[in-house]
Design a binder for this molecule. Structure first.
Ligand code: IMP
Ligand code: MG
Length: 174
C-alpha cells in the first residue's frame, strides 16, 4: 500500500476551481459552454467546475484508454465510450484531470475538431510540465505540479484513491 502525502489541500483545490469557473464564465460570456469530461479521472473536477460556471452549461462524457502500462501513456488512444451528443457548432471545453506526456489530448484534439465544434479548448486540474513529450495548448490549468505520481480528486492508482478530497503524492512503500 502506498503512503499518501498531501500535496494540495481540499481547500486549495476547491478555491482554485472556483477561480477557474469564474474565469471561464467571463471568457465565454454570452455563450453556452459544452463540457466534455474525460472519464473517469476528471469527473470530480468537472462537477466542481461546472457548479462554479455561471453561464449555461451542458455536459457530456467520453472514456478513452491508452495502451501501455498504468503509469505511462502510449499515445495510442482508443475511445472506449464515445460522446452521447454531437458537438458540431458547440463551444467545447474538454476537461481533464491531469496532463502528463500530453499524448492523450494531443491525439484526442484532432478527433474532436473533425466533428466541427464552434471552438475547442482544453482545461485540466493538474499539469506536469516536466513530463511533457508533445506540445498541447491548454487554455486552463489548475496547478502545475512536480514530476510525482499523484492520486485523489479523481486520480487513481489501479482505480483506488479517486475519492480522496485532496491531491496527494503516492509514495512507494509497502
Ligand atoms: P498523458 O497522455 O501522458 O498526458 O496522460 C494523461 C493520463 O495519464 C491522465 O488522464 C491520467 O489518467 C494518467 N496519469 C498521468 N499522471 C498521473 C498521475 O500522477 N496520477 C494518476 N494518473 C496519472
Ligand atoms: Mg485520465
Amino acid at each position: 500500500m502506498p503512503k499518501i502525502r498531501e500535496l494540495i489541500s481540499e481547500e486549495k483545490v476547491n478555491a482554485r476551481i472556483a477561480e477557474m469557473g469564474a474565469k471561464i464564465s467571463e471568457d465565454y460570456k454570452g455563450k453556452e459552454i459544452h463540457l466534455i469530461a474525460i472519464l473517469k479521472g476528471s469527473v470530480f473536477f468537472a462537477c466542481e467546475l461546472a457548479k462554479r460556471i455561471t453561464i449555461p452549461v451542458t455536459l457530456d462524457f467520453m472514456s478513452v484508454s491508452s495502451y501501455g502500462n498504468s503509469r505511462e501513456s502510449s499515445g495510442i488512444v482508443k475511445i472506449s465510450k464515445d460522446l452521447d451528443e454531437p458537438i458540431a457548432g458547440k463551444e467545447v471545453l474538454v476537461v481533464e484531470d491531469i496532463i502528463d506526456s500530453g499524448k492523450t489530448l494531443n491525439h484526442l484534439k484532432p478527433m474532436l475538431l473533425s466533428r466541427g465544434p464552434a471552438s475547442l479548448k482544453l482545461c485540466t486540474l493538474l499539469s506536469k510540465p516536466d513530463r511533457r513529450e508533445v506540445d498541447v495548448d491548454v487554455e486552463y490549468i489548475g496547478f502545475d505540479i512536480p514530476d510525482e505520481f499523484v492520486v485523489g480528486y479523481g486520480l487513481d492508482i489501479a482505480q483506488k484513491y479517486r475519492n480522496l478530497p485532496y491531491v496527494g503524492i503516492a509514495e512507494d512503500d509497502e
